[in-house]
Design a protein around this ligand. Sequence first.
Ligand SMILES: [Zn+2]
Length: 234
Amino acid sequence: MNDIIKALNLEDDTIRLVEIITNQNSLTKTVVIEKPLVPHVCPICGFSMYSKGITHRKAKHQILLDGYKLHVEMLSRRWVCQNQDCKHSEQDEYLFIEPRKRITNLIPFLIINELKDINKTCSMVAAHFNVSDTYVHDTFTKFVDMKRLPLPRILSIDEVHLDINEKTKLCCVLMDFETREIVDILPNRWETTLDAYFYSISFQERGNVEYIVSDMYSEYLTFPHKYFSVTHRT
Ligand SMILES: [Zn+2]
């Protein structure tokens, strides 16, 4: 799971959920995220940089969640180099969100991120995000039902702990190791689930996968020769 968080650039120390604002009248939910205030060093001259205020940037979400339009608001600080001869400036970047404006992952990810703590239940996470248990569950289900991305060259497989029900305890997250995008999420890592999933994908498409990155879970170790013909790295 740490790899996923790193890859998505959503580690606890690089992004922080500020609040979720629900507006019943306009049926919108606004998720506010920010980068924590950490010392910046100028990449050009090495002087320290100072923060020159925060701008609010909005990314509009195309899909509806529970009938609500979802907005993501990113608090973005501008940093300016203290060196008068340099004056280089830059802005907090949200790599996870910006490259291809694909922010569909955000809310489920925040929820999954929270659920990765084995001691937390659905209800606790729901309480933290100020949403219902059903919302946590539905959000996850919708995410699972999202149209998947094509199988990438380097497929990374990880798992997150979701104690939703008997069938959804430890789900299996497939990621494009290079673009950091989530390819798909499977509800569990059972052999029957994995078989049904991978065998439903054409042999030709599976041929695109050159490497698999995973932990040592035995089922995954059968992947390379079972579904693909590739090198395996753990
Ligand atoms: Zn500088």
